[in-house]
Design a protein around this ligand. Structure first.
Ligand code: ADP
Ligand code: MG
Length: 591
């Protein structure tokens, strides 16, 4: 066996590079992070062939002196930490002094940099980890790094790279994320000479999203600003209006301490908060910034990946879920078409909290981390809505609808003129939402309007279904039904709730019994069960909502806006869609 030797720095760097710089976008990510750390207010990224042949990053940050420039290319040279304990508090996910030497060890690398207290800059050229030259150069304060022929010296790594198109797509997406994470930094990204996107420094996140994503998207997001005084967790950003769902999760962007991260904990918590508010299988666009103590992040995760783990996973999950749920719920009570309603569910902040907030630059809503009932974790679509229903007193809100019906289109839509824009109402979805909430609210008050059948209808049930019906008979009969047993497996329907069409009674009762049977008897949460029944009632064809008059559709809009969750049907499908007046102005070129 050959004797043990200490690896040369060059080899160590190449190994590190192989581990942490998997692909061109990882190089770009490291270099952008360095530029941000250097206080740059302008960053330009240029690349060719998916970054394989050429990457260039220019910033106007604080740059480096000639000595620091050389030092920065030494392994484990960093200006950011000095002691091992720092590792737990450092807010950087970088490679702790490994990025530059690693990149330089597997490419043709050129760095030009100048700090403000030097008249000239320094240019350093390295090829495959070997220093080729160092000389003075003229340049403004800042840093330019060029990386050519990435992995040329490491053919094994090069083989793992995907097509140029795929690598380019990764770069496009990830540079956008950085731009969103730092709205106040001007960004420009070019593929060859073609600008992929550029954005000047923006006042706020919404402007930045409008600049680099789309204005339409940015207008369909609502602000989130919530802080938990107990844990210090803080969530800010923008999140989708209910009903706005996308087919991919690419626009569900989460940042932790301003760095784009992938986290199942975060994205699942957001998805859960949207249950029943967007269609199943779709994803809400959201740009969310979590700020937490860096010690709460598990640092032992692969440094090059965007994946992140939290020490206190459940706590974080609960915070995000509550924060988004409350934001969406508050949004409903605060929509401009309604009278403002006191937020009775928000606890009064204590004195020192108020002071604390007065000092912080932004006003942040407070939430107490309260336990979330276990039913919320894994139940069906409207569990979150449920909790809301329980928490908020059901004081009726006086509707002052400012929507004016223009016309009904295709017997399907209602077109409305509103102060904010043109609204297209989906009559069937809206009708489902309204009937759903009506059924639920009747259930809550246990005062269910009922209608008697002139001639009692008798039905025979299958033995198993009959068992189920018997078991639930009392419960069902409290909900506006009057069903009695009059022989083995024979029943008489004497009355049904008034929300049910008489001639649909039998079909509905059979379906309801099926549903009860499927849900099983262990379902102690009767309210959830009733919700499932209500969903069945509105989604089936047990009541006709055909041919509505103008008056009825106008009335429907008003009723809808008074619903707990007006934006979606119980299935999560949108009930209406709005195009703002500013969007119209823009489309006609006079924004
Ligand atoms: P780390 O970022 O973990 O410190 P790097 O290898 O990425 O390690 O960078 C090494 C050092 O080089 C940094 O700590 C910083 O002092 C300096 N540096 C790197 N990039 C820049 C830049 N764009 N502007 C100014 N200084 C930089
Ligand atoms: Mg770095």
């Amino acid at each position: 066996m050959p004797p043990i030797r200490i690896l040369s720095d060059r080899v160590a760097n190449q190994i590190a590079a192989g581990e942490v710089i998997e692909r061109p976008v990882a190089v770009i990510k490291e270099l952008i992070e360095n530029s941000i750390d250097a206080g740059a207010s302008r960053i330009e990224v240029q690349f060719r062939k998916g970054g394989k042949s050429y990457i260039r990053i220019e910033d106007n940050g604080k740059g480096m002196s000639p000595d620091d420039a050389l030092l920065s290319l030494e392994r484990h040279a960093t200006s950011k930490i000095s002691e091992a304990v720092d590792l737990t508090t450092v807010s950087s996910f970088g490679f702790r002094g490994e990025a530059l030497p690693s990149i330089a060890s597997v490419s043709r690398f050129t760095m030009r940099t100048r700090s403000a207290d030097w008249e000239h800059g320094t240019e350093i050229k390295i090829n495959g980890g070997k220093l080729l030259e160092k000389k003075d150069c003229g340049m403004p304060v800042g840093t330019v790094i060029e990386v050519e022929q990435l992995f040329n010296s490491v053919p094994a790594r090069r083989k793992f790279l995907k097509t140029d198109e795929t690598e380019t797509a990764h770069i496009n997406y990830n540079t956008r994320l950085f731009a969103v994470a730092h709205p106040n930094i001007a960004f420009r990204v070019l593929e060859g000479t073609r600008t992929i996107f550029q954005s000047p420094a923006c006042e706020n996140l919404r402007d930045r999203i409008a600049e680099i994503w789309s204005r339409n998207l940015s207008e369909n997001l609502i602000p989130v600003k919530i802080q938990d005084p107990n844990t210090g967790y803080r969530l800010t950003g923008l999140t989708a209006k209910p009903g706005l769902g996308r087919s991919t999760r690419r626009e569900l962007v989460t940042m932790v301490n301003r760095r784009p991260v992938d986290s199942r904990t975060l994205s699942y918590a957001v998805l859960d908060a949207y249950q029943g508010r967007i269609q199943k299988g779709r994803f809400p666009p959201a740009f969310l910034f979590l700020e937490i103590d860096p010690r709460e992040i598990d640092v032992n995760v692969h440094p090059a990946k965007r994946e992140i783990r939290f020490r206190n996973d459940n706590e974080i999950r609960r915070f995000i879920l509550t924060a988004i749920s409350e934001t969406l719920a508050a949004r409903i009570t605060n929509t401009p078409y309604k009278n403002p309603q006191p937020q009775s569910s928000t606890p009064e902040p204590s004195m020192d909290l108020v002071q604390h907030l007065a000092q912080s630059e932004d006003k942040v809503d407070l939430i107490q981390s309260r336990p979330i009932s276990s039913s919320l974790r894994n139940t069906d679509t409207s569990a979150v809505a449920n909790v809301k229903v329980q928490e908020q007193p059901t004081t009726p809100i006086k509707a002052v609808s400012t929507w004016r019906l223009i016309c009904i289109i295709k017997k399907k839509y209602g077109l409305f003129d509103t102060p904010r824009g043109l609204v297209m109402l989906h009559i069937r979805n809206a009708d489902q939402r309204i009937r759903f909430e009506r059924i639920l609210s009747a259930y809550k008050t246990s005062n269910v309007p009922s209608q008697g059948l002139l001639i009692a209808q008798s039905i025979e049930m299958e033995p198993l279904a009959s068992d189920t019906l018997l078991r639930y008979l009392n419960w069902i009969n409290k909900q506006g039904f009057h069903i009695e047993e009059f022989g083995r497996h024979f029943y008489r329907i004497r009355a049904v709730p008034s929300w049910l069409e008489l001639d649909q009674s039998e079909a509905f009762i059979r379906d309801m019994v099926d549903l009860l049977r499927q849900r099983g008897t262990s379902d102690k949460e009767n309210k959830l069960l009733w919700e499932a029944v209500a969903k069945l009632a509105v989604e089936g064809s047990y009541q006709r909502s055909d041919l509505m008059s103008d008056v009825a559709v106008q009335k429907m809009a008003e009723t809808l806006l008074n619903c707990e969750i007006p934006h979606t049907a119980p299935s999560g499908k949108p009930t209406f869609c709005e195009i703002s007046w500013s969007e119209w102005d823009k489309r006609f070129g006079n924004a």
